[in-house]
Structures are given as structure tokens and as C-alpha cells.
Design a protein around this ligand. Structure first.
Ligand SMILES: O=C(O)Cc1cc(O)ccc1O
Ligand SMILES: [Fe+2]
Length: 448
């Protein structure tokens, strides 16, 4: 029975820091000193480089990791396309385009599916752009109830930002293990192979796949050098490997232009004994977010709640911002405290991990549900929330206790997949009618 060897006694030990240069070895002396690729690496390991940016990317953007492993990742058979009906990462089963519609959309909670594993539990619900052009993003929902077998999955399309809503993910990556539960998130950069087990039973949640660039921390501007998500709270795994002397059959599943391919190999892909670099998976506890808000008046833009941003080439304009609405105090004086009614030049896809969201008190936005307010689609508090917030006594108030809503906000127009619009059967037909039609005129024209 192969045994996983870790670099520390705790299999879930982590290295702290966002965008840091880390190194980790599960066996002392596995990392070469003073060079990356010695003629004879220690212990007969192979050296492999994993690039996260172009070789020539400027230093401040450059991301790469050197792996010291038992066999190189290249040692596998040819990839074969999987039957497209067996998975749900494409736009439609007929491979048609996403549908772009200006309606406000809201989904009832998505179901668990105990019959499938991580890979087969991925469902593309919405997106924009094209992984072949390295532009845009995909929004996926996952629901799974089975451990992956002797399999490893990677996406060549983009970085997965995973937002668990229910259940624990035990993620064995090439670089080590991550245990991720609701109210935490993790990012698995493209190319990194991993296998998901479910130690607490079925899981479901949301994924933002960034086809373009990588997630980074937002600028803090006049806020100064700390606040929001602090760099030291991001955690990368320590090196952990399986020393599998007997040949073992493994399947590698590749997500490539949203289609899935599989290849066989006769050795474990989780054989990285040591690594060093700044291209690695990481997790973050949303409870550590240092929430900042108005201490005078008016409702600030939700950008103050940005955890991570996937920038476009235009400064300040994201392909995907990951924004959270954590428990917080509202103290603004003389202010309508929930979000204003608005039309946004960006698209807003929202989900709810737990609790409720203060802008929607009608009950239709539930944990494991979602909403999409596309570019310039008007939205805001529902009639009940408006009524309450317009009349409430403005004492300091703690909102969102036990709650966590989030938003994937994108400068791109978001299309919805056939699965998202029809197959999932979760779209609320009357979202718009129930939320805003009940709003009454209260205008009293002083001229008449
Ligand atoms: O629409 C929403 O609920 C998200 C949102 C929240 C907020 O506080 C300000 C703007 C915004 O789009
Ligand atoms: Fe909004």
C-alpha cells in the first residue's frame, strides 16, 4: 500500500503568503542548491518546470515552479476525447453558443448529486470569452458525492477559483494537499493536476474559471498597506508525494477548450517530492477578511469587498473580481443602507454560501442559489428590503451574522449555458415580477 509522505507531521501544513516565493521538500535534500536543473538531481528525481506565465513575462508578473518528481508528467499515453454526453463543462450538449439575455436571472438552490465525482459534477452555467484565445471566464457549479478514483484532473483553460457552499474538499494536488471547507476558497492555477476526495460526504459550490491571466490581490490605494484580504492569510500546501513502487494505473483528465480528454499512465501523478516557485495552489479563509466600510454616510461601491481580482489589460477593469459580503457593522447616518438601485457596466453573478443577503429579504435568494444581473440590467433591493431600509431606525446594526454572499463581477457580457437556462430547471420565472413590480410610487409632486 503506497503511503503519502509529507514534509511536516501535519498532512495539512501550509506555507503562508500570497504570491510569495515558496519552497518545500518532503524529503530533506531533494531541492538542489544554487541551481534548478542539476545533471544528476538528488535521489534520482526528475526535474520539471511548470510555467504559469510566458517565459518572458515581466518579473513582477512572472510565475513558475520547479518540480522534483519521481517521473515526469509527460510519461502518459495519448489523450482521447471523452464522450461529450458524459460531462457538462461545455456550453450546450449541442455545442451551441452561450445565450446572452438582458433579463435579471435568479436560480433556486442547486441540488446535490451523490452519483458523480468532482470531474463529472462540474457544470458550466455561464461565461464569456474563449479559452482558446485566453480571454474571459467560465462560471461553473459543482455537485459531487463520490471520491475521484485513481485519477487526476487539470484545466488547461484557466485558473479555478473554488467557492465551496456545502461539504469538505480534500484536494490532493501535485504540490501537496489542501483541505477546503465552506467559508474558505481555494485557487488551483491552470495545469496543476489534482484529485478531489470528499471526507464529509457530498459537496456543492461555485467556481470562477479565469481564462486570462491569474488572480491577484486588489490595490489598496488610500486605504494603505493592510486591509481586505491580507497576503499572509493565503496558504499554499507543503510538498507531499506518494512513493508507488508498483506500477499503478492512473487516468489524467484534461479540460481543454471546455471539452474533456483522458489519458492513461502507469504511475501516480502525485510524486512531487519537492518544489520551489511562486506558481502554486492556495486557499484562504473568508473569515479572515478585514472588512472596511463607510463610517459616515452613504453606501460605498462593493469593490471595497474585493478578495481577489483577475485583471483585464485595462487598469481597474476586471475580467473577474471575487467580492464577498461578510458579516459587518452598518453605521452610516441618514443613509439608505442597502445597495442603491443601479445599472452596472459590469456583469454581476452572485451566490450565497450561507445565511441571507441584506439586499434581498423576499426569500428568493437562498444558499446554493445564484443570480445574474448582466451588463446594464437594472436591479437593487427587492420591495421588502426597500420598505424596511427606508423606515428602519438608523442605529449601528450588525448585518450578515452567519452569512456569506459573494459576487463574481466581470466587465464582460455574461452568456448563460443551456444547462443554466433550461436543463438545471432552477431558473425562477418570476424573479423580476416578485422583486421590483410591488414597488409603489411615493412621489408627491410639490407642483400639483
Ligand atoms: O447588486 C448587488 O446586490 C451587488 C452589489 C452590492 C452593493 O453593495 C453595491 C452594488 C452591487 O452591485
Ligand atoms: Fe448589483
Amino acid at each position: 500500500m503506497p503511503v503519502t509522505q509529507f514534509s511536516a507531521s501535519d498532512p495539512y501544513a501550509y506555507l503562508n503568503g500570497f504570491g510569495s516565493y515558496h519552497e518545500s521538500e518532503a524529503v530533506g535534500g531533494a531541492l538542489p542548491l544554487g541551481q534548478n536543473s542539476p545533471q544528476k538531481p538528488a535521489y534520482g528525481l526528475y526535474v520539471e518546470k511548470l510555467s504559469g506565465t510566458a517565459f518572458t513575462a515581466p518579473r513582477h508578473e512572472n510565475q513558475q515552479t520547479w518540480l522534483y518528481r519521481i517521473l515526469p508528467a509527460a510519461a502518459h499515453g495519448n489523450f482521447q476525447a471523452l464522450d461529450a454526453d458524459s460531462y457538462h463543462t461545455q456550453m450546450t450538449s449541442e455545442k451551441e453558443n452561450l445565450q446572452y439575455i438582458p433579463n435579471q436571472l435568479r436560480w433556486n438552490p442547486f441540488d446535490l448529486d451523490e452519483s458523480v465525482d468532482w470531474v463529472h459534477g462540474l457544470h458550466l452555467v455561464a461565461g464569456a470569452g474563449d479559452p482558446t484565445m485566453k480571454s474571459g471566464l467560465g462560471i461553473l457549479l459543482y455537485a459531487a458525492g463520490r471520491d475521484m478514483g485513481n485519477e487526476a484532473f487539470y484545466s488547461a483553460d484557466g485558473d479555478f477559483l473554488i467557492v465551496p457552499q456545502h461539504g469538505v474538499l480534500d484536494i490532493q494536488t501535485e504540490l501537496g494537499k489542501l483541505l477546503v471547507q465552506p467559508n474558505e476558497i481555494c485557487v488551483i492555477p491552470r495545469g496543476i493536476r489534482y484529485r478531489v476526495s470528499l471526507p464529509s460526504g457530498p459537496v456543492k459550490g461555485y467556481i470562477c474559471e479565469l481564462y486570462q491571466g491569474h488572480f491577484q490581490l486588489p490595490e489598496l490605494g488610500p486605504m494603505g498597506s493592510n486591509g481586505l484580504a491580507n497576503a499572509r492569510d493565503f496558504q499554499a500546501p507543503v510538498a507531499a508525494f506518494v512513493d508507488d513502487e508498483q506500477p499503478s494505473e492512473y487516468t489524467i483528465i484534461s479540460k481543454f477548450n471546455n471539452a474533456l480528454f483522458s489519458a492513461r499512465q502507469d504511475h501516480t501523478p502525485f510524486d512531487v517530492v519537492a518544489w520551489h516557485g511562486n506558481y502554486y495552489p492556495y486557499k484562504y479563509d473568508l473569515g479572515r477578511f478585514n472588512t472596511i466600510g463607510s463610517i459616515s454616510f452613504d453606501h460605498p461601491d462593493p469593490s471595497i469587498f474585493t478578495v481577489l481580482t483577475g485583471p483585464s489589460d485595462h487598469p481597474g477593469t476586471a475580467i473577474a473580481d471575487f467580492v464577498i459580503f461578510p458579516p459587518r457593522w452598518l453605521v452610516a447616518e441618514g443613509t439608505f443602507r442597502p445597495p442603491w438601485y443601479h445599472r452596472n457596466v459590469m456583469s454581476e453573478f452572485m451566490g450565497l454560501i450561507a445565511g441571507n443577503y441584506d439586499a434581498k429579504v423576499g426569500g428568493g435568494f437562498q444558499p446554493a442559489g445564484a443570480s445574474l444581473h448582466n451588463i446594464m440590467s437594472a436591479h437593487g433591493p427587492d420591495a421588502n428590503a426597500h420598505e424596511r431600509a427606508s423606515n428602519v431606525e438608523l442605529r449601528p446594526q450588525k448585518v450578515g451574522t452567519g452569512s456569506m454572499a459573494f459576487m463574481f463581477e466581470s466587465s464582460l457580457m455574461i452568456g448563460v449555458s443551456e444547462w443554466g437556462l433550461k436543463t438545471c430547471q432552477k431558473v425562477q420565472e418570476n424573479y423580476n415580477e416578485e422583486s421590483w413590480r410591488p414597488l409603489k410610487r411615493s412621489f408627491k409632486n410639490p407642483e400639483t
